[in-house]
Design a protein around this ligand. Structure first.
Ligand code: SF4
Length: 221
């Protein structure tokens, strides 16, 4: 079994509710989306066997968890499942960073995921088509484990996309935390917009946090 992997490295988690914890990152190659703000487009990869991947991960010593990221890791679900399974056998914490669309693939691996960081791709931020139905189905599966939802907020992000996100979270998994992630670099005009979005989430009883990308601020990977 072989996977296309762009990079493997140890660093700190820069986003979401686990910001600051030390992780080993496995970046899978390729994505099914094309978000306007994407900063992880890579054009090269290596092919790795499961044994090669596990050897590299275990060589890192101590860390909080292993983060499978991308691109979109669920595009290579069969390999991902085996990697997650191997890590659970070693009692490691597994963390899946995903664009929150491929819910059938999530079914295949959910048993071996501990933490899921899923995106809501807001059309006014991504400048792509709406994916609300996919996100709703994905969250239904993800909520069987620890999950939080993250959305990138840019200066063009529209209130409608926030109210739609709130509607889905309330209907599917009302206790799930919603992370508003300002697009990097932070522009002052975004502060007011974030405050308005945060207040609306709170008024609907959603746990909301504004979390900037720490690794970008620190200039690390
Ligand atoms: S889902 Fe992530 S990796 Fe894929 S295009 Fe969007 S930002 Fe980039």
């Amino acid at each position: 079994m072989i996977a296309k992997i762009s990079e493997i490295f140890k660093s700190i988690q820069g986003e979401g509710i686990y910001q600051g914890v030390e992780q080993v990152f496995v970046r899978f190659f390729g994505c099914n989306l094309a978000c306007a703000y994407c900063d992880t487009r890579v054009f090269c990869h290596e092919e790795k066997t499961l044994e090669e991947l596990m050897q590299q991960i275990t060589a890192y010593g101590d860390y909080h968890s292993v983060s499978f990221t991308g691109g979109e890791p669920l595009l290579q679900a069969a390999f991902l499942k085996e990697a997650l399974k191997s890590l659970k056998r070693l009692n490691k914490i597994t963390y899946l960073e995903t664009n929150g669309v491929l819910y059938n693939a999530l079914w295949e691996v959910i048993e071996y995921c501990d933490i899921i960081s899923m995106d809501f791709k807001l059309p006014s931020s991504t400048l792509e088509r709406a994916l609300w139905d996919e996100h709703r189905e994905f969250l239904k599966v993800a909520k069987t484990k620890e999950v939080f939802v993250k959305a990138v907020i840019g200066k063009d992000t529209q209130l409608y996309d926030i109210t739609k996100s709130i509607e889905i979270i309330k209907a599917v998994s009302p206790k799930t935390t919603f992370i508003l992630q300002p697009q990097h670099p932070f522009e002052e005009e975004l502060a007011e917009k974030l405050a308005v979005f945060e207040k609306i989430c709170q008024e609907h009883g959603i746990t909301v946090e504004i979390v900037s990308q720490l690794h970008k601020q620190l200039g690390i990977k």
